[in-house]
Ligand binder design. Structure first.
Ligand SMILES: Cc1ncc(COP(=O)(O)O)c(C=O)c1O
Length: 390
């Protein structure tokens, strides 16, 4: 089936964070600004998802959700078919988003004052969540090797204080879209075992690999360490249903599951029934849409990288997955403020790199999941904004 990703949806003024929060965040209410920040797509969800939501609306019942087992079966089928992990549906729990799942694992597996490791630059909400829960952010800076991020486990090992309890692993990585090699994942899991750390694998971007690129779940790369692994993931990024606020928490180990069940029970919350309907339709019925959107995003990336890499002193990190391009402007020698001001002045709104922790300075993150005509316009505006340095 053909899908139209080129025609823009009328998103302004429809409670769309990426469009309707620009004024609050960037201080401009210019309706011409092209939003390339919040990590969702400007595209309509797959038809099966909209139909599933419509069926719920037609039922007219908006009460509590029960019997998640068929949804968990769809989750297990998707992971097995797409990513080669045969998980038991009984390991799956539901949360109100992946950050919420992250908080549940921190609550269950650490105490206030404990250290939670992150490999930065990385998704900014991790920092906020760790701090909000009274834990301590332990940043392990990623190192650049051959233009790609790598973890420096030796340096991390040398810096451990004994207060660390959890490692946060973002796979595929946001920002930059790196797919980790199975050997790197295994080395990280071995590291966690050596230091008795819980390993949280955030796989929310797993369904956004570029065509022909495979993704290895942490459970597949390190099956001997399932006893300390908690996977947090969702259909929200891959299928563009982040507004459903439905996350998955998958804990293969019964003891760990009991700990996390306690946290979830204490919260007294049940899954969002609309989110569950969308999740099931995503994993169960929307595989061809996923293929189509990944192809479209990969082409957006190809065009973006070719043109933006043409700007002297600017380089786009090579991506294998996600739609979140990580662009290094350090060659221009501008301050972070001047850089962002110039880009906003060009009517393009990316995320400032400083949001992502150590290593973020001098960078901007651009969301490439937008209609091609809008992308072309944004690229032309960026090129024009930097003509004086060409
Ligand atoms: C790595 C990562 N985890 C979690 C999230 C957010 O998940 P949720 O909206 O389900 O809380 C994002 C969003 O960009 C992300 O990139």
């Amino acid at each position: 089936m053909d899908y139209d990703f080129d025609t823009p949806l009328p998103l302004r003024g429809r409670h769309v964070s990426k469009f309707d929060n620009i004024a609050k965040v960037y201080g401009t209410d210019d309706p011409e600004v092209i939003p390339m920040w919040v990590a969702d797509m400007d595209f309509a969800a797959a038809p099966a998802i909209t139909a599933a939501l419509q069926a719920e609306v037609d039922l007219g019942f908006a009460g509590y959700f029960g019997n998640p087992e068929p949804v968990s079966a769809a989750v297990a089928d998707w992971y097995a078919a797409r990513h080669g992990w045969s998980l038991d549906p009984a390991w799956v729990r539901y949360t109100h988003g992946v950050v919420s799942a992250y908080g549940d694992v921190i609550a269950g597996c650490s105490e206030p004052g404990d250290g939670v490791i992150v490999f930065s630059p990385v998704y900014h909400a991790f920092f906020r969540q760790i701090e909000a829960m009274g834990r301590v952010v332990v940043e392990s800076p990623l190192v650049l090797s051959g233009g790609r991020f790598e973890m420096d486990l030796e340096a991390l090992e040398a810096s451990l204080t004994g207060k660390e309890r959890i490692v946060t692993f973002c796979s595929p990585h946001n920002p930059g879209g790196r797919i980790w090699e199975p050997s790197e994942i295994k080395a990280l899991a071995d590291f966690c075992a050596r230091h008795d750390l819980t390993l949280i694998s955030d796989e929310i971007h797993m369904d956004l690999t570029f065509p022909g690129v495979g993704f290895t779940p942490t459970a597949v790369a390190a099956p001997e360490h399932l006893d300390r692994l908690v996977v947090i993931t969702a259909a929200s990024k891959g299928f563009n249903i982040a507004g459903a606020e439905t996350g998955l928490l998958i804990a293969p180990d019964a003891g760990l599951r009991a700990v996390l069940d306690r946290v979830i029970l204490d919260r007294e919350s049940s899954p969002n029934r609309y989110g569950m309907a969308m999740l099931r339709a995503a994993f169960g019925e929307s595989g061809d849409w996923s293929e189509a959107v990944r192809g479209y995003i990969a082409e957006n990336y190809r065009i973006f990288a070719e043109r933006i890499n043409g700007l002297p002193g600017v380089s786009v990190m090579e991506m294998q997955a996600t739609y979140l391009a990580w662009v290094d402007f350090n060659g221009l020698g501008m301050s972070d403020k001047d850089l962002l001001d110039r880009v906003i002045g060009a009517k393009v709104a990316p995320n400032p790199g400083t949001q992502f922790g150590a290593g973020g300075s001098g960078h901007l993150r651009f969301n490439l999941a937008l209609p091609r005509p809008s992308l072309m316009k944004a690229i032309a505006q960026l090129e024009a904004a930097f003509t004086d340095i060409q």
